[in-house]
Every structure is written in C-alpha cells, then in structure tokens.
Design a binder for this molecule. Structure first.
Ligand SMILES: [Zn+2]
Length: 452
C-alpha cells in the first residue's frame, strides 16, 4: 500500500477544524418528521460540497430535496457515497444532558442530534477528501455524493429518484451511510439488509361500540374478528401460513455459514440484556441461532388495539380493532408480492372484512462477500483499525439499499464511525472523536485504493 503518512498527519492536524464544521452542521436542525430546517440543511450541505470543488445540484423530489455533488478524479473509477442530512426528532428533550442542536464536546465525545446518524459520516468523509486534495491536489477517482433528506422517514422518494437518475448516479461502487465497530472494537462490514413489509390490519364491525349485554350474543365483535384473522397468519410452530410466503427465498450459502460461524456468540448477551428466558424454535445458541436470527423471515405483531383498556372494567363490545404487523423479508422476497399474498390469504380464510393499510416497505438486498470492492474496503480497514474487518452477510434491520444494488448494480460496502453506545435516535446521541478520525483515515484509503 502507498504511504499514508501525509494524509494521516493532515487528518490529525486539522481534526479540530473538521469537528467545528460538523458542529455547525449539527446546529442546523433538519428533522424530517417535523419538516424543520430541511431546505436550510440541504443548502448548507450543498455549500460544504461546493467548498471542496464539487459541482452541486439541489434536486427536488416530492418530499425533501436530494443533494447531489460530483467532483471528477484522475482515474476512470467512480465512487458513489450515500448519506442523509435528515435527523430523528430530538424529543424527549429533558433526557438530553446538553441541548440536541447545540453540539457539545465532552471527554472525547461530541454530543448532538444527528452527530452520528448521519452528519458525522458526511463531514468525516469530507475531511478525508480534504486530506487527499491538500496532499495531492486532485482526487484519484471521481466521487459522487447522493445525500437525501428522507432516510429517517422511510426514504419514500429515493427509489423513484434513483430510477430517474441512473446515468447521473453511475459508479463502480457505493459506500453506505453508516458502519462502525462492535463492542469488541472490531470494525464490521455489513453486507446486506433484510427487507420489510409493514401493514396495519383493521376491522370495523359496527358504526359504534355497543353495550356487551345488548350485542354480545348477536353482534359481530371487531376484536374477535381481528384475533381470528391474526391467528391464521402464523402457527405455534412459528411457520407463517400465507400461501407462497417462503417462495423464492435463497438459503444461506456455505460461505454465509462460514462467516456467520466466525461472529461472536450472542445467546447469553441477548438473554441478560432483554430478560428473555429462552429462544423460540428450540434454539439455544451458536451459529444456528445467528443464522435463524437474520436468514429467516418474520411475521411480527408490533401492536394491537381494540375496545376498552383503562382501569377497572367496562362492559363494551368494540366496533373497531387494529394491529400493526411487520414482515422482515430475506433475499429474494418482495414486499409488494407479500402484501398481495396477504390479501389473498385473508380473503381465502373468510376475512375480506379485514382491511390492509400499506405502511411502507423495502425489498431486501445484499452484496457478495467476495466482491473485489468489499475485499478492498476490508483490507484497507486493517491498516487503520489494526485488525481485520469482520464480514457480516446479512443484518436483521432494513434500509433502502435495494435500488443501489439492483437498479444501479453496485457493490455496497459499509464503513463508519458508529459504536455500540452511539445512541442514534435516542437522547444523548454521540460520536467518539477517535473513531471519527479512524473513519476519515479509512475513507481516504478506500478512495485512493479504488482508483488503483
Ligand atoms: Zn437513523
């Protein structure tokens, strides 16, 4: 590998300046859910890219604008970097030790809403670019940034944006918005995300709640209708009963199993952290538990509502009942297909009266662990973190990586400044400055090595 002394020393010498820039970005609220400061933040991010010689376009969508920036590099290679400038609402404010939009540096950590998710990633990547430009005068490869403003509200316009801008977003590889180290300080490479299909199921059996003495023997009960419908979705054996639900699922490969087997044991940690006495399906731990955790799809009742739930008794027959249900999907299931199958299933079981409201979804997507870009990102990490990056074939959560993998055809790698106590989405969100610097050093290497 080339010598990174000059780049590393620039990154260290100018670290305070970079943290100050991050603090200015965090001080600009950009709460998507509350439509607070979105345009202002997009323009601030645009100006930060322009200051590095990027051609910037603030591109309108049906929701918050996307900031696109491009700066040409020496080689023919192009790296697409995906980030987002929106943040989660800061509430409850009383649980913050310092105000969420007044970044505060304490004991090697910077606190503030969005400092980790995702503004710290944006600015540490710009810091890496500054180091390269300062020491070499130009970029070794072309860099394109796509920085959206709706990641925290399900990226509803991102798929369409990517479809309509395929040429603009053309690249050789994509760097994802997040990444980081685990509790052992091992840098992790997350190669895939499960999909999700989120629905609300609702039943209405009358125009109003009724006295249970009057209606109990002769009126349909919305709560029972819903419970019976839910009962058809999954058996006590945990098998999901929707016809065709498991069609098209790719089983984990031998390579996946090998990578999963190398991950740390989770059984005892889960039991103590969540107070769970035992796992379902007779699982006890080891690689079987970890594979089951991410490689099988789910049907989860996330919430149930009906009738009277206050103190004491109320003899009432509820007119309405509803449940929030999410399905976590594995490659190659598709949320639209699952929603259609759910509708047919309910109809076939006599539950045409159960309405389905679509609350959003993402298809699953993953990148091959042996893709050359993944290998490159993992290899250069070793130079920074002084240990090999650990490859994780699939994680349980979901995100909008599908259009990057399937529409743009890119390998997607993760890298970042996250760590287990970063408190993203929660009060006292923070980053560790040492990991901020490491991420910048890592990114500088990825950009240089991709150029070849
Ligand atoms: Zn987030």
């Amino acid at each position: 590998m080339p010598n990174y002394d000059k780049i590393d020393s620039y990154l260290e010498k100018n670290l305070d300046q970079s943290i100050a820039e991050l603090s200015r970005l965090v001080a600009q609220p950009s709460v998507g859910a509350q439509n607070l400061g979105m345009k202002e933040c997009a323009s601030l991010v645009g100006n930060m890219l322009r200051a590095r010689g990027f051609d910037v376009r603030i591109m309108e969508t049906k929701g918050a604008p996307v900031v696109f920036g491009e700066r040409k590099g020496k080689s023919g290679k192009t790296l697409l970097i995906y980030n987002h400038y929106d943040v989660q609402p800061p509430e409850p404010l009383e649980l913050w030790d310092s105000p969420p939009f007044e970044p505060s540096l304490r004991e090697g950590k910077l606190y503030g809403r969005g400092v980790s998710d995702d503004k710290g990633h944006i600015v540490s990547r710009l810091h890496a670019i500054d180091a390269i430009l300062e020491t070499e005068g130009e970029l070794p490869c072309t860099i394109k940034f796509i920085i959206e403003g709706e990641e925290e509200t399900a990226s509803v316009n991102l798929f369409e944006f990517i479809k309509q801008n395929r040429d603009l977003l053309k690249a050789d590889a994509c760097m994802w918005e997040f990444g980081g180290v685990d509790h052992r300080e091992v840098p992790m490479q997350y190669l895939g995300l499960r999909g999700i299909c989120y629905v609300e199921l609702s039943v209405e059996t009358a125009s109003t709640d009724v006295h249970s003495g009057l209606g109990g023997s002769i009126f349909p009960n919305a709560a029972w209708r819903l419970v019976w419908a839910l009962n058809t979705l999954k058996g006590e054996d945990e098998r999901i009963r929707i016809k065709g639900f498991y069609d098209g699922i790719r089983q984990p490969s031998a390579r996946d199993r090998e990578l999963m087997a190398a991950l740390p044991e989770v059984a005892e940690e889960y039991k103590s952290r969540y107070g769970v006495r035992q796992f379902i399906k007779g699982l006890s731990g080891g690689v079987d538990l970890r594979i089951e955790e991410v490689f099988t799809p789910t049907c989860t009742i996330c919430g149930l509502t009906s009738g009277y739930q206050g103190p004491g008794s109320k003899t009432v027959l509820p007119a309405r009942a509803s449940a929030k249900v999410d399905f976590r999907l594995v490659p190659d299931q598709d949320p639209d297909d699952i929603r259609r199958k759910l509708r047919s299933h309910l109809d076939e079981h006599g539950f045409s009266d159960v309405q389905i409201t679509d609350l959003g979804g993402d298809p699953p997507a993953r990148t091959d662990p042996d893709d050359p870009f993944i290998q490159l990102v993992a290899k250069v990490a070793e130079d920074v973190y002084e240990m090999p990056m650990q490859l994780v074939p699939l994680v349980g959560g979901s995100g909008p990586s599908h259009p990057f993998v399937h529409d743009l055809g890119l390998p997607v790698a993760t890298a970042g400044l996250g760590y287990p106590d970063t408190k993203a989405h929660a009060p006292n969100e923070n980053i560790r400055i040492d990991l901020y610097l490491k991420h910048a050093r890592h990114m500088a290497r990825v950009i240089k090595e991709l150029a070849g």
